[in-house]
Ligand binder design. Structure first.
Ligand SMILES: Nc1ncnc2c1ncn2[C@@H]1O[C@H](COP(=O)(O)OP(=O)(O)OP(=O)(O)O)[C@@H](O)[C@H]1O
Ligand code: SF4
Ligand SMILES: [Mg+2]
Length: 373
């Protein structure tokens, strides 16, 4: 993203059109059972993909969800859109508990919560024309806009920056960025109030990413749609989201407004993630910022570490971290709404350290050995 000047962090904040709580999840959990044994298969364990997530999304706001691969971001998105049934917890949308809502009860809500997927090609049916793809959610939901569905599809194509004359073309006739625009048009067809965008630009060329992010920004501002924006890339989330939630191994470890998370992070994992963002993206306020190399893999969600799940990679871990799970709370020095799950949080600064912190002792040993040769 760094090549594109339109994504500079100095950009003005979007107007604060944030309203009432639209969606809230409490203790959201998804455990995927693992079966084994012979001759009778039985449950031998579970992938704890999402394990007690609390989150709110207000009308019109964008909240970014970040974290390493496998930490449960997509699963969280799928639970919220009810593409998956949670193991436990509660999902409330517009004041209504939809955790166990059946198909019929979900029908009116389905149109209000839409999803945009990472891979714009596999999420579009290659045998359908663009017109059919964008029109079908309206057909399924029996929506007849004034002037007819085709007229509405043409308007949507225009909204997302595509030529309305391309109504009868097929997905393969479009570039990756254009296909993602088709995905956005399809999501907009039902006039949603919330869009869960799961890595919507990470499959696109860097040069195209900014264009699609800017389109989503425009949609958010002009149509007042709330976003849960899932991404690996903290630079994109900084640009797009007013609030940011950091996930690690199925849990939210830190959440707060953008400024708090990027400039005054408290959780060691947030520090580590931020230190991996290229300097250019974070502008001058982060000059001389600490460098932390978050090496090694995330532990298995089948058997996560006791206490704090980050402790096996944390340079501040102490005995307490292995026995007591840190609650997600506002700690001293945090602004309102900035919550951190850590017993020994970092200072609210991202100032330089004397030397790199290497989180993987094996890697550190290897580097030392290499240096001495
Ligand atoms: N249907 C499933 N059955 C079993 N395990 C699953 C299933 N879907 C996801 N998982 C596991 O749940 C964990 C969380 O996966 P998820 O896809 O939510 O992570 P993610 O944060 O979106 O990762 P990525 O950044 O790679 O997209 C992973 O360990 C994954 O292997
Ligand atoms: S609770 Fe302990 S292990 Fe977990 S992040 Fe804080 S200091 Fe590190
Ligand atoms: Mg994912």
């Amino acid at each position: 993203m760094s090549e594109n000047p339109t994504l500079s962090p100095e950009r003005q904040d979007p107007p604060d059109a944030v309203g009432e709580t639209l969606l809230s999840v409490e203790g959201l959990t998804k455990h995927f059972p693992i079966y084994g044994g012979f001759p009778f298969k039985r449950k031998v364990g579970a992938v704890q993909a999402v394990d007690g997530v609390d989150l709110t999304v207000r009308a019109g706001e964008s909240i970014g969800l970040v974290g390493e691969s496998g930490c449960g971001k997509s699963t969280t998105g799928r639970l919220i859109t009810r593409l998956m049934q949670p193991t436990s917890g509660r999902i409330t949308y517009a004041g209504q508990d939809i955790t166990r809502a059946n198909r019929r009860q979900l029908a009116p809500i389905r149109s209000e919560i839409q999803m945009i997927f990472q891979d714009p090609y596999s999420s579009l049916n290659p045998r359908q024309t663009v017109g059919t793809i964008i029109k079908s959610p309206m057909e399924v939901n029996g929506i007849n806009p004034p002037g007819g569905r085709e007229k509405r599809v043409r308007e949507l194509l225009e909204t997302v920056g595509l030529n309305p004359e391309h109504y009868n073309r097929f997905p393969h006739e479009f570039s990756g960025g254009q296909r993602q625009r088709i995905g956005v048009a399809r999501a907009l067809a039902l006039e949603p109030k919330l869009i869960v965008a799961d890595e919507p630009v990470s499959a696109l060329d860097v040069s195209i990413q900014a264009q699609v992010v800017n389109l989503l920004q425009k949609v958010r501002e002009e149509l007042g749609i709330a976003f849960l924006f899932i991404a690996h890339d903290l630079a994109i989330v900084r640009h797009f989201s007013q609030r940011v939630a950091v996930m690690y191994l199925g849990k939210v470890v830190e959440i707060g407004d953008r400024d708090s998370i990027y400039n005054r992070p408290r959780h060691p994992y947030t520090h580590a993630l931020l230190s991996a963002v290229p300097e250019v993206e974070l502008a001058e306020e982060t000059e001389g910022r600490e460098r932390i190399r978050l090496a090694g893999d995330v532990p298995s969600p089948v058997n996560p570490p006791s206490g704090c799940r980050f402790r096996t990679r944390c340079w501040k871990a102490q005995d307490k971290c292995a026995t007591q799970e840190p609650p997600l709370v506002r700690i001293g020095g945090n602004r309102e709404g900035h919550l951190t799950a850590c017993h020994f949080p970092e200072e609210p600064t991202i100032a330089a350290r004397d030397e790199d912190v290497v989180l993987d002792p094996a890697l550190a040993a290897l580097e030392e050995a290499t240096d001495t040769h």
